[in-house]
Ligand binder design. Structure first.
Ligand code: NAP
Ligand code: 8YV
Length: 327
């Protein structure tokens, strides 16, 4: 078995706890403070063969500066298309962290949905501010989950986990994806507008790709209607944020719950000021339990690659290109 301490793996200096611990323990870890190729030690450039990161386009110059790079282990099931496809184009395997976060992200989606409808955050603040005692009862929420019809934009690993929860609430589930999913009892809509016309609650759980960019636009929000509620736990790029702000302001839809934003961590002041929004800072998978499982999978992919010659969870584009195994 290969001595992994002879394998150099590049990693951000501030990385997710479990992933960092495992990589530091197993490999010759090379840490850089930010994705700047100038920070890579000169004597490591030729020898670094593995990398762990939460990929975004800033990592492209780093990938370019590492001629021996074989594998990038991405922290997260979602992988930014720009650096990922760039790396795959160069014959580098890219892996991600599917499945270990399905139930956590589905829990978050339901939490965001319920908070958006019932304003639990505002109600809790009412108690903390002493207003229950000094002012009186908190106003009943204008919106409810009761009687809703829920549409899922995306019915993959996480979408199915969300759908099971919605079924548990006794509500009908519809969905849109490019392909119909076999063996599910939910109504399929071949277009997003068709889905949105049929439902009053839309939960986005698709990847952030050029195809899904601004898929939720002014027309889709119009179709959702004045009682409509949007939940986005996918990627900020999926929703046209300007169109959403306008729709929330003028009553085109009723409310929105957002875990992801177009330019994170920047959140438009308009969204923060509105009473009909519920906002969370990209915490879909954000429990210590699930982040540790993701960190383990990030490390497992690197260990398996260098010990057994194959990735555990390559992204589909890497698999398709025959990059799931070490040449
Ligand atoms: P998945 O299993 O690959 O499912 C993706 C779903 O989206 C599939 O139903 C797919 O069906 C559909 N889809 C893909 N491209 C589409 C398009 N252009 N138009 C319509 N539907 C499309 O992925 P997953 O594991 O469920 O994760 C989904 C996404 O959730 C991730 O990529 C990530 O961006 C996001 N996420 C967010 C958080 C968070 O913290 N907020 C956490 C985890 C994941 P078809 O291929 O048939 O179209
Ligand atoms: C983030 C996610 O990766 O898995 C994904 O696609 O969006 C999340 O799990 C995680 O929050 C790290 O920022």
């Amino acid at each position: 078995m290969k001595d992994l301490k002879s394998v150099s793996v590049l990693m951000p200096a501030r990385f997710y706890d479990r992933a960092a611990e495992r990589i530091l323990d197993a490999f010759d870890a090379v840490l850089i403070d930010r994705p700047d190729p100038a920070l890579i030690p000169a004597d490591k450039r030729e020898t670094i063969t593995g990398m762990a990161a939460l990929l975004n386009p800033d990592w492209v110059p780093v990938i370019e500066a590492l001629p021996s790079l074989e594998i990038i282990s991405n922290f997260g099931v979602g992988y930014h298309p720009v650096p990922s496809l760039h790396a795959i184009g160069k014959g580098i395997c890219v892996t991600h962290t599917p499945d270990v976060l399905n139930e956590e992200v589905a829990d978050t989606a339901i939490g965001v949905l319920l908070n958006t409808l019932r304003r639990f955050d505002q109600a809790g603040q009412w108690v903390r501010d002493g207003k229950w005692e000094t002012v009186g009862n908190f106003t009943p929420s204008p919106l409810t989950l009761r009687g809703r019809t829920v549409g899922l934009f995306g019915l993959g690993r996480i979408g199915k986990a969300i759908a099971r929860r919605i079924e548990g609430f006794g509500l009908p589930v519809h969905y849109h994806a490019r392909r119909r999913v076999e063996d599910v009892p939910y109504e399929y809509h071949p277009t997003l507008t068709g889905l949105t016309e049929a439902v009053d609650t839309l939960i986005c759980i698709v990847p952030g790709t050029p195809e899904t960019r601004h898929a939720v636009n002014a027309g889709v929000l119009e179709a959702l209607g004045p009682d409509g509620v949007l939940v986005n736990v996918a990627r900020g790029s999926v929703v046209d944020e300007k169109a959403l702000i306008a729709a929330l302001r003028n009553g085109t839809i009723a409310a929105a719950g957002l875990d992801v934003f177009e330019d994170e961590p920047y959140v438009p002041a308009d969204l923060m000021e509105m009473e009909n929004t519920f906002l969370t800072p990209h915490i879909g998978s954000g429990s210590a339990h699930t982040r540790a499982a993701m960190g383990d999978l990030v490390a497992d992919n690197l260990v398996s690659w260098f010990e057994k010659g194959e990735a555990v969870t390559p992204v589909p584009e890497a698999k398709k290109k025959g990059l799931a195994k070490r040449p």
